[in-house]
Design a binder for this molecule. Structure first.
Ligand code: NAI
Length: 287
């Protein structure tokens, strides 16, 4: 099927980044959130990032403005009526099965029958979202990486009900978005988070048990293992609240202690130290 108009639900860290990638690659994008102020702030943020890319000579000034013009923000999270006019939806709301389930229920009611219904979930059962939509054959996982405009990987997640046609549409869509897809079955954490989450939790354990400092733990991985970013800085980038939610759903599914959110992570979330987005997590960030 031909995809021209894309809906992105949730204008947070991931939703705004995915909307940016889609607009830059020529799609008309409707970005949805629960209030207009949030959507407007997200579109301003995208514009600022595009302008910065143009200043650095990575994109042209024309592409920057054309991308911005292709973005439209709507605050109809409660009805999702704007999704009746799109060819593909990417859902990127909070990592909460109830919230995502109600989004997919509504998408099943409001979208035209051929619409591709994708979730950016990191760890929740896609099959539950597929069932909620009542059109499971068109539901697929498109798991983008953070930040979406810089990291090209997309994990394409199929359930037992996803049709070959849906998978082909999703692969073509990813190619048009300039992404590199890998295919994976509907399992908590897919490939990357299944490997990454226990690694980050071991780093938190090293910190909390006083074995080393946050700086030295991250430096050991950067300088010694050639990682571009250390595990604690990666946790701050993901958002400690989101990481905790991802871990909770992986722990519930696998029941293995290596996926259990460490106490220090939970305490930082309680205190509102969520990482980069609040200026403090395992590290402090300038406003
Ligand atoms: P975020 O916290 O930046 O954004 C969450 C979004 O959900 C916001 O737009 C917010 O307005 C909306 N929201 C919150 N409560 C809501 C409710 N009750 N009803 C409807 N919308 C609500 O989170 P982020 O990081 O953008 O994560 C979104 C999704 O992307 C999650 O499924 C997460 O697992 C996934 N993801 C996150 C990555 C990361 O590094 N942060 C990487 C890849 C996927």
């Amino acid at each position: 099927m031909r995809i021209e108009r894309v809906g992105v639900i949730g204008s947070g860290l991931m939703g705004s980044g995915i909307a940016q990638v889609a607009a830059y690659h020529g799609f008309n994008v409707t970005l949805v959130d629960i209030d207009q102020a949030r959507v407007d702030a997200a579109i301003d943020g995208i514009h600022r990032r595009l302008l910065r890319e143009a200043e650095r000579g990575r994109i042209t000034a024309e592409d920057c403005e054309a991308s911005y013009q292709r973005l439209n923000g709507v605050a109809d999270m409660d009805t999702l009526n704007s999704m009746a006019r799109v060819d593909a939806v990417i859902e990127a709301v909070v990592e909460d099965l109830e919230v995502k389930g109600s989004v997919f229920r509504r998408l099943g009611e409001v979208c035209t029958p051929g619409t591709l219904l994708a979730s950016n979930t990191s760890s929740l059962p896609l099959s539950d979202l597929a069932a909620a939509s009542k059109r499971p054959e068109r539901v697929i996982g498109l798991h983008f990486f953070n930040p979406p405009w810089a990291l090209k990987l997309v994990e394409i997640v199929s359930t037992a009900s996803t049709t070959d046609e849906t998978l082909t549409d999703a692969m073509r869509f990813c190619e048009k978005l300039g992404r590199v897809p890998v295919q994976v079955k509907d399992t908590p954490g897919f490939i990357a988070n299944r490997l990454l989450v226990p690694f980050i939790f071991d780093a938190i354990d090293l910190l909390d048990s006083g074995v080393s400092s946050a700086e030295d733990i991250d430096n050991a991985c950067k300088v010694g293992l050639n990682h571009t970013m250390g595990p604690l800085a990666t946790a701050d980038l993901i958002g400690l609240d989101t990481l905790k939610l991802i871990a909770e759903s992986m722990f519930e599914e696998y029941g293995e202690p290596r996926f259990k959110a460490p106490t220090l992570l939970r305490r930082l979330v309680s205190l509102g130290h969520l990482g980069r987005k609040t200026g403090r997590g395992f590290f402090k960030y300038a406003e």
